[in-house]
Write a protein that binds this ligand. Structure first.
Ligand code: ADP
Length: 489
């Protein structure tokens, strides 16, 4: 490493392997490992939810909620995979975090206001001062704001830079105006320049306004969110901060997602033994109650929400079935989609398998066993599922948007280039045409399909490159914060 090691605190509401609802958890659990391998002193902080059993008691401390004091109970565990050993701070508070789920409570504003204040409150007590706090998503959006307001004149905090990563602009942490006083924020914060957002409070906006730098999880999405179409009403602010807004594509943990060693799949394989992938397919078919054979098997592992383009899929379902494909979906989310896919399963027995729920083991079996992976998202900040699919030689069929556009290159048969299939217009017909092309190549050109699998598996979407880009961004943010500070002083 050329420069001196950085001290980075990664703050997130979910981190693999402790708590996960989506891609944020994967990133918050795998980026730190890549940074630690590069020699940086990286630590993680997250809430201690009821489901988290780990954690040794470190200390208790008062967390000032302006109108009253709450107690933060700080515990510590470690993220250790044999190569790195990362301290993980778990902030416990019985009232806020000892619950049966992670999110979706009426007092979210209070919970994550507490989390943000508790993050900053613990720092002087643990004898470790980060150069930068890497905030992730709205749950940590108040951290940069508190640093720049309440602690603006506090010499301990002044030198700490901030980066806010937006993993999904759709989730902003919006709360009614009266929450301001509930969480102890004065009216001076309720202005369009600060937290006010169309009459409500917006935690993500606080982060965008106050963080030294902001990034999203792909280059394309960083551009898209500056337009009204993808900007979720924050495009104006994001355009205003365009100079400080970057895109860094996510990586995936190549140790965790490795078909050669993954204990969750039926048979391990690698580039040298691609044929063993077929064993995964036949075992998956067997377990799913799908007939054995060479029918193209299309897989999906997804949150069942509008973002994922599910209406496109249901819009062409009959035609897709007519192509003779098999379809297996693992997902959880909106009732509407759960019901719809359950009905489709009844309508196509022996051709469709649907599993509602969150099941990381089954997810891996699908990534390994399917021939193709469907991800026709309406928008996609980065997307990890297509990257996991590539790693397992399962060919992604995606809509060319956000991170999907940045990572999936449409297959060019003449040049034998590309790693998947993609289409642009958000139209069922465009999706169907693309599935048709994929199915035709699979059925008619097995030799080319094999080469496509090789292309997919050869790509490098590990953290190596992206972690270096994060380090550059951290350095820039730290520098920018110090430059501002010394201008003012
Ligand atoms: P998002 O963060 O929008 O949900 P990503 O593609 O970035 O989408 O990440 C999704 C992650 O969550 C992937 O690791 C995927 O395998 C996992 N996942 C999604 N749904 C499920 C599920 N029902 N069971 C297990 N894992 C899931």
């Amino acid at each position: 490493m050329s420069k001196k090691p950085l001290k980075i605190l990664i703050a997130a509401a979910e981190v693999v392997p402790f708590a996960k609802t989506g891609g944020l958890a994967d990133v918050a659990g795998s980026l730190p490992k890549a940074l630690a391998r590069m020699g940086h002193d990286v630590r993680i902080v997250m809430p201690k939810y009821k489901q988290i059993r780990e954690g040794n008691y470190l200390l208790d401390y008062p967390v000032e909620m302006d109108h009253h004091l709450e107690t933060g109970i700080l515990k510590q565990t470690r993220l250790n995979d044999g190569t790195v050993d990362i301290p993980v701070y778990l902030i416990a508070n019985h009232q806020y975090f000892y619950r049966d789920r992670i999110y979706c409570f009426p007092d979210e504003a209070e919970r994550f206001n507490f989390f943000c204040k508790a993050i900053l409150g613990m720092l002087p007590l643990i004898g470790w001062q980060p150069h930068l706090i890497h905030c992730n998503d709205w749950q940590t959006g108040l951290v940069p704001m508190i640093l720049q307001t309440k602690y603006a004149d506090n010499s301990y905090y002044q030198t700490i830079g901030t980066l806010l990563t937006i993993h999904n602009l759709q989730y902003q942490g919006l709360f009614p105006r009266q929450t301001m006083s509930l969480i102890g924020l004065g009216d001076e914060y309720f202005t369009p320049e600060r937290l006010e957002f169309y009459g409500e409070i917006n935690f993500l906006k606080a982060g965008i306004v106050y963080a030294d730098l902001v990034n999203t999880v792909s280059v394309k999405y960083a551009l898209e969110i500056q337009t009204p179409e993808y900007g979720e009403r924050l495009d104006g602010l994001l355009r205003k901060r365009a100079q400080d807004l970057y895109g860094i594509v996510n990586g995936i943990d190549y140790d965790e997602y490795n078909p050669a060693t993954d204990q969750r799949i039926y048979k391990n394989y690698s580039l040298d033994s691609i044929d063993c992938k077929k064993v995964n397919k036949s075992r998956l078919q067997q377990e799913m109650g799908l007939p054995a054979g060479n029918a193209p098997l299309i897989g999906m592992v997804s949150r069942l929400v509008d973002q994922k383009g599910l209406d496109l899929i249901t819009g062409i379902f009959t035609e897709m079935m007519d192509l003779g494909v098999q379809f297996v979906l693992l997902g959880s989310g909106d009732d509407h989609y759960q019901k719809l896919f359950s009905e489709l399963k009844m309508r196509y027995p022996g051709q469709v398998a649907i599993f509602l729920g969150f099941n990381p083991d089954l997810a891996q079996k699908i990534y390994a066993g399917a021939d193709m992976f469907l991800m026709p998202s309406r928008f996609e900040p980065c997307g990890l599922s297509q990257l996991i699919s590539l790693r397992y030689g399962t060919i992604p069929i995606v809509r060319a948007v956000g991170g999907l556009a940045d990572t999936i290159e449409n297959y060019d048969q003449a040049k034998e280039k590309g790693n998947g299939f993609s289409f642009k217009p958000y139209e069922p017909g465009a999706l169907l045409d693309t599935i048709r092309q994929a199915v035709a190549l699979y059925q008619d050109q097995p030799g080319l399909w094999r080469k496509l699998i090789i292309n997919a598996m050869k790509g490098d979407f590990s953290w190596n490159k992206s972690a270096q880009e994060y380090v550059m961004l951290y350095e820039k943010a730290i520098h920018q914060n110090l430059a501002m500070l010394y201008q003012v002083v």
